[in-house]
Design a protein around this ligand. Structure first.
Ligand SMILES: [Fe+2]
Ligand SMILES: [Fe+2]
Length: 245
């Protein structure tokens, strides 16, 4: 069952509480009262169809209406993707780091195992941060600048040359699979830790890693299957307009 505009937001959460973080990224916080999805989107100035498509792709991974989503403005997607990055780096990763810190006092694990886990987690965090920084510092600003150029009449030569120096295909080619790298970390916890006397904290860490993986998968799908084709179309319009520049 997909989420629709006339559902009360409270019902949406009762149906799937994993959506809480996704809904927060639109600036909608708890305290929904009896308000429907449509009423809350209106109150927060959020395009309803965009909200519904994003929430539903997260709610039901088999639902991914590419054609519908290709109609959205790139800046709308980037705003959502940016909020998602903040959520990973400011909330989800520090939360997992706290659990891993709790392990250091836990007598159920040897020092070697604690060190190994800490090492893998630090390595993963650093790869994820590099991945996100590249998108935030290079790719997203390029897309926003391209959108601004296309929606205005101006023909600033310096801006045109700057836009010509990059293409979304560069990003498409080296957009690494940061979610797949979580697999090794999860496998260490599931298979290779010598049987601990108490694995409750490990269970929590594992749960967090599965949640992060699910979120990253959805995020990467939006980047690869929606953002890239939208920007590809924008680049075609840009080249048609600046062919003689
Ligand atoms: Fe991203
Ligand atoms: Fe990415």
């Amino acid at each position: 069952m997909l989420i629709h505009q006339d559902m009360k937001m409270a019902e949406v959460i009762h149906l799937n509480h994993h959506l809480l973080h996704v809904i927060n990224r639109f600036g909608i916080q708890l305290g929904y009262g009896e308000k429907t999805v449509s009423q809350l989107c209106q109150a927060h100035d959020i395009p309803l169809s965009f909200f519904l498509e994003i929430v539903n792709t997260f709610h039901d991974p088999s639902y991914f209406p590419i054609e519908n989503m290709l109609q959205f403005k790139a800046s709308l997607l980037i705003n959502y993707l940016h909020q998602t990055h903040r959520y990973y780096l400011d909330f989800r990763i520090p939360e997992i780091a706290n659990y891993i810190k709790r392990l250091s006092d836990d007598k159920a694990f040897s020092e070697d195992i604690k060190g190994l886990l800490q090492h893998f987690f630090n390595q993963y965090t650093s790869e994820l941060t590099t991945h996100i920084n590249k998108e935030e510092q290079r790719v997203y600003p390029y897309v926003l600048e391209l959108e601004r150029f296309l929606s205005s009449e101006h023909s600033d030569q310096a801006l045109i040359q700057r836009l010509k120096a990059y293409s979304i295909h560069e990003y498409e080619e080296d957009h690494d699979d940061v979610e797949a790298k979580l697999f090794d970390l999860k496998n260490i916890l599931i298979k290779y830790i010598p049987e601990p006397t108490d694995s409750r904290i490990l269970n929590l860490i594992l749960h967090e890693l599965f949640e992060l993986e699910r979120d990253l998968n959805n995020h990467a799908h939006i980047e690869d299957l929606i953002l890239v084709p939208i920007v590809d179309k924008m680049e075609q319009a840009f080249h048609a307009r600046t062919v003689s520049s």
